[in-house]
Design a protein around this ligand. Structure first.
Ligand code: FES
Length: 109
């Protein structure tokens, strides 16, 4: 299997059910960008370095995600609109165990 299903709620509240490849070394932020689910320039500003929080999302399903890195923890500690289920999309890599993942994009800050 090389594609997984994701359910992504955009910042307008629209739900998108999309397929994401697991064999292209993509992260969630890049998937959101490739489907143009957030306007250009409002997500992925730092290029996926865990330095901007523009890719913040809320995890709505019960998937076991990899632990946050120190960089991700530090960025989320400074970001706005952070909730206990906040993650940085650029730090979530597409793997088969994320099939069915549900996330909501955090508001632009
Ligand atoms: S793209 Fe900047 S923190 Fe994820």
């Amino acid at each position: 299997m090389s594609d997984i299903k994701l359910k992504i709620t955009d910042r307008e509240g629209f739900i998108h059910e999309i397929d994401a490849p697991t064999d292209m070394n993509m992260n969630l932020m890049e998937v959101v960008r490739s489907y143009e689910l957030a306007p250009e320039g409002t997500i992925g500003i730092c290029g996926g370095m865990a330095m901007c929080a523009s890719c913040q999302c809320y995890v709505r399903s019960n998937h076991q995600l990899p632990e946050k890195s120190d960089d991700e923890e530090a960025m989320l500690a400074e970001a706005f609109h952070v909730e206990s289920n906040s993650r940085l999309g650029c730090q979530i890599h597409m793997t088969e165990d994320l099939d069915g993942l549900e996330v909501e994009l955090a508001p632009e800050s």
